[in-house]
Write a protein that binds this ligand. Structure first.
Ligand SMILES: Cc1cc2nc3c(=O)[nH]c(=O)nc-3n(C[C@H](O)[C@H](O)[C@H](O)COP(=O)(O)O)c2cc1C
Length: 187
């Protein structure tokens, strides 16, 4: 697998999804999409945690429970699109990240410290916000996960802010973000 697109956009007509599509149009490799609104990703409650622990103990990383973790670990590039919700991102994305953060698949422990097992050289995070993003617990969290857990060294963020402010020129704000994307591919 080459490019994994994790789509956490919820609204039809999502501006975040528009930016993500713009980014992906520049990519020639095959893109595999995971639409989180169409996946039934469940939280790790007591029963699922026990099941997961048992499977890992038995080395059964090929179990269906680890489908998303396996995909995530094998992608060369990961693109995540998520709107800025409540200073971070929709809980759907947290559920996904909880499901892909699996010791033995996306990272492992060595002398008590996590070592990344993901193949991806880069992760690109795309977001849009209604107002200014004073505190971004979205991208900063993803970036830390990549660095500390997954071993993905390069992380990039493209964003458009202030889209819901009265009188905002939404089109030019989105175009400015697309221009940033153009610069990225022109490097
Ligand atoms: C549930 C929810 C929470 C939001 N929280 C914030 C927020 O904390 N800060 C902000 O600036 N905008 C917030 N917004 C506005 C969205 O970030 C903004 O409309 C964004 O562009 C939506 O992206 P989309 O067009 O891809 O759906 C929120 C919107 C929703 C629906």
């Amino acid at each position: 697998m080459s490019v994994l697109f994790v789509n956490a956009c919820v609204r039809s007509g999502s501006r975040t999804n528009r930016l993500a599509r713009y980014f992906l149009e520049n990519i020639s490799e095959k893109v595999e999409t995971v639409n989180l609104t169409e996946e039934n990703i469940l939280p790790l409650d007591g029963a699922r945690l026990c099941e997961r622990d048992l499977l890992l103990k038995e080395g059964r990383t090929d179990a269906p429970l680890f489908y998303h973790a396996r995909k995530f670990s094998k992608a060369n590039t990961i693109v995540i699109a998520a709107p800025f919700w409540d200073l971070s991102f929709p809980s759907l994305l947290k559920l996904y990240l909880e499901n892909v953060s699996v010791s033995g698949i996306t990272f492992r422990y060595e002398n008590g410290r996590p070592v990344g097992l993901c193949r991806a050289e880069q992760l690109v995070y795309i977001t849009t916000a209604g107002g200014p993003m004073f505190s971004d617990f979205g991208f900063s969290y993803i970036k830390t996960l990549c660095n500390v857990l997954f071993g993905i060294k390069k992380t990039f963020c493209f964003k458009a802010e202030n889209l819901d402010i009265d009188g905002a020129d939404i089109e030019s704000l989105l175009k400015a973000a697309e221009e940033e994307i153009n610069h990225f591919f022109a490097r």
